[in-house]
Design a protein around this ligand. Structure first.
Ligand SMILES: [Ca+2]
Ligand SMILES: [Ca+2]
Ligand SMILES: [Ca+2]
Length: 192
């Protein structure tokens, strides 16, 4: 930022770490010619199999590897994209402070589950839309974490509902259910 010489703002701030137009006479005191450096921020989360569909990654609820996540800025411009790692985790780092949105591309083989807004330095920031966590405010140097996407497995939902209804299935029927492809699972799910 531009500073002051004898109480008046003098000079101009250029784009690239540059302040110009400072004319000094003898005896002038030039103060407050400051360079604010942006400390990068970070945004992380996990895509996981939410076995009990409660929107929380409990122990035994494994991450889903290879899920595409896309980060956009406040104007909707894509800033970065990544795939989740073996633990289902993703992390966008070196971010300029600002407002961000992280969008998940629904992983194949799973039904859509609950998405949850995480915390920035322990304080919740943003809100959840479908497969999208929006309006996440990141200041310099902070880390946003637990921006998580829960997913479900269709056949397990079906089996748990079957159990609740106390229907009996023989082994062949059970094997059939477990082998069903996603499309069939979705049809059955809609009927339940
Ligand atoms: Ca859970
Ligand atoms: Ca999802
Ligand atoms: Ca979702």
């Amino acid at each position: 930022m531009v500073g002051m010489i004898d109480g008046e703002l003098v000079g101009f701030a250029g784009d690239e770490d540059f302040i110009g137009g400072i004319e000094l006479s003898s005896g002038d005191q030039a103060t407050n010619y400051d360079f604010c450096e942006n400390i990068p921020a970070e945004l992380c989360g996990t895509v996981y199999f939410d076995r009990n569909n409660d929107g929380i990654q409990n122990s035994g609820e494994e991450g889903i590897e290879g899920t595409r996540v896309v980060l956009t800025d406040a104007n909707g411009n894509v800033v970065a994209a990544a795939f989740t790692d073996a633990e289902g985790q993703y992390c966008f780092s070196d971010l300029v402070p600002g407002i961000y949105c992280v969008k998940e591309i629904q992983p194949a083989g799973y039904l859509d589950g609950i998405d949850s807004v995480g915390e920035v330095e322990g304080v919740p920031s943003g809100f959840a839309e479908n497969d999208k966590l929006v309006d996440i405010q990141l200041l310099g140097g902070v880390t946003g974490e637990h921006y998580n996407f829960g997913e479900l497995k269709p056949s397990e939902i079906y089996l748990s509902k079957v159990e609740k209804k106390e229907l009996t299935l023989d082994e062949n029927q059970l094997a059939l259910l477990q082998d069903m492809d996603i499309l069939q699972d979705q049809i059955i799910r809609m009927r339940l």
